[in-house]
Design a protein. Structure first.
Length: 271
């Protein structure tokens, strides 16, 4: 495989900190993955949300497939180079008329990214992500440095720690990342981004896949990731296994052990 973005679009990403839309898959394939997701939710109920929140690609074979889609990896390669890891995955789902919002924030300060690592996110839509149902919004050019954050309890902020940027953000500067099923966007680890509540009858479904390139570091690796393209000249991560089938008990135990070691019980699955 090879990088596919023209140099001008790579320059746009580096200048603005985001890029969209690109096509990850056909609308029919997106509908098929949505059906798998909703069948999983129907089978596991509330526990499904625990799995979908973080690193579901370690326990759901079809999510592992999504993280390896060649059209997405081709675009990521244009930015990160030919060697690519999946460092994380999280579903972001808003049901119709849900009051939840995502406060303005940056990803990097809360992602425990190893020093020296560069991360970008591919946000892949399995359902329309539009103004009415609270699509992703970003502020161009805000990805050059880390901003201070505060923590606010008692709101409908969907972020796990209630974090939000502690500087004023002008909503008029926001770009709304409108995506149709099967399309995706890229955004930088430091870009200011968030989303509004849903005022729509349409469910919003997207998966954020965090990609990183190998990098040189001192000492033995302590973080985990899955190599999905190329090779690793530096070995900065402990290699993760690929699930053989959905909800393999051994894979589920592995994921839980890994997430508990990094985050306590915040992302562990209670099943």
């Amino acid at each position: 495989m090879t990088a596919t973005l023209p140099e001008a679009r790579v320059a746009d990403y580096r200048r603005d900190g985001f890029l969209f839309p690109m096509r990850a898959m056909s609308t029919e394939q997106a509908a098929a993955y949505r059906a798998k997701l909703e069948a999983f939710e129907a089978e596991y109920g509330d526990a499904a949300g625990d799995v979908l929140r973080s690193k579901s690609h370690l326990v759901l074979e079809w999510v592992s497939q999504i993280t390896r889609l060649d059209p997405v990896l081709d675009v990521v390669e244009s930015v990160l180079g030919p060697n690519i890891y999946v460092w994380g995955s999280s579903f972001f789902i808003k049901n119709p008329h849900h009051p939840g919002f995502v406060a303005w924030h940056q990803d990097a300060p809360f992602s425990s990214i190893p020093a020296g690592g560069e991360m970008l996110t591919a946000w892949i839509a399995l359902a329309p992500s539009i103004l009415e149902n609270g699509c992703l919004k970003v502020v161009a050019g805000t990805h050059t440095e880390q901003a201070p954050h505060t923590f606010v309890d008692g709101t409908d902020n969907l972020l796990s720690q209630g974090q939000e940027i502690a500087v004023e953000v002008n909503e008029d500067d926001a770009t709304h990342v409108i995506l149709q099923p099967g399309e995706f966007s890229l955004h930088h680890q430091f870009i200011f981004h968030g989303s509004e509540p849903s005022h729509s009858d349409e469910r919003r479904i997207g998966i954020a896949v965090r990609y990183m390139a190998p990098f040189q570091q001192d000492g033995e690796p302590t973080d985990y990731a899955t190599l999905v393209r190329g090779e690793d000249p530096y070995d900065p991560f402990i290699q993760e296994p690929i699930p053989a089938f959905d909800m393999d008990p051994a894979a589920l135990a592995y994921r839980n052990d890994q997430l508990r070691a990094k985050h306590g019980d915040r992302y562990a699955t209670t099943m």
